[in-house]
Design a protein around this ligand. Structure first.
Ligand SMILES: [Fe+2]
Ligand SMILES: [Fe+2]
Length: 176
């Protein structure tokens, strides 16, 4: 067994090989490193006004998406999809924690309270698609104007994770 530490979210994975995606934040395998390569001061930095506003927006996006996925996970009529969206809720909550750490803000008090779902799996999954496309685009934009290299890497890595979720939504439709 080996230890790997995710350079995006900072969580530790224990296993025989590096996972293809961080099980916590979904970052791709290239971000998984031996723990001794993790710099514990990586999230300490001075933020510009634009970066601070972009982190605030990121926190709002992740909180809204976490709560939406928790509501989807609470549906009682499809155990496979409930379980899949429970997993997505945890990944989005991890993104929220990461953005809060970078902004030096506490996590939103309602982060883990289920919001409202839309009434059918198909409409929920279509809404999820819109949410993931918006997150992918926003984070690409935020990465493009970040002046701090750490923020550039986080927004780029998380943007790729949200793009993976677009694919997952497509897959989810086959389980309705
Ligand atoms: Fe991670
Ligand atoms: Fe996310």
């Amino acid at each position: 067994m080996k230890l790997y530490r995710c350079r995006i979210c900072g969580e530790t994975y224990l296993g025989y090989d590096a996972p293809s995606n961080c099980p916590f934040c979904g970052a791709h395998v290239e971000w998984m490193s031996p723990p001794e390569q993790y710099d514990s001061a990586v999230n300490d930095m001075d933020l510009t006004e634009v970066e601070r506003a972009d982190l605030d927006t990121s926190i709002e996006v992740e909180t809204s998406n976490t709560r939406f996925y928790l509501a989807m996970a609470a549906r009682q009529d499809n155990a496979t999809l409930s379980s899949a969206y429970k997993r997505l809720a945890k990944v989005e909550a991890e993104h929220c924690s990461l953005f809060c750490k970078l902004a030096k803000l506490p996590k939103p008090a309602d982060l883990l309270e289920a919001g409202d779902e839309l009434g059918s799996w198909l409409s929920d999954i279509d809404d999820s698609l819109r949410r993931e496309m918006r997150a992918t685009e926003l984070y690409t934009q935020f990465a493009g104007r970040a002046t701090n290299p750490r923020l550039l890497e986080v927004w780029s890595a998380v943007s790729s994770v949200e793009a993976d979720h677009i694919e997952l939504d497509g897959l989810a439709k086959t389980y309705i």
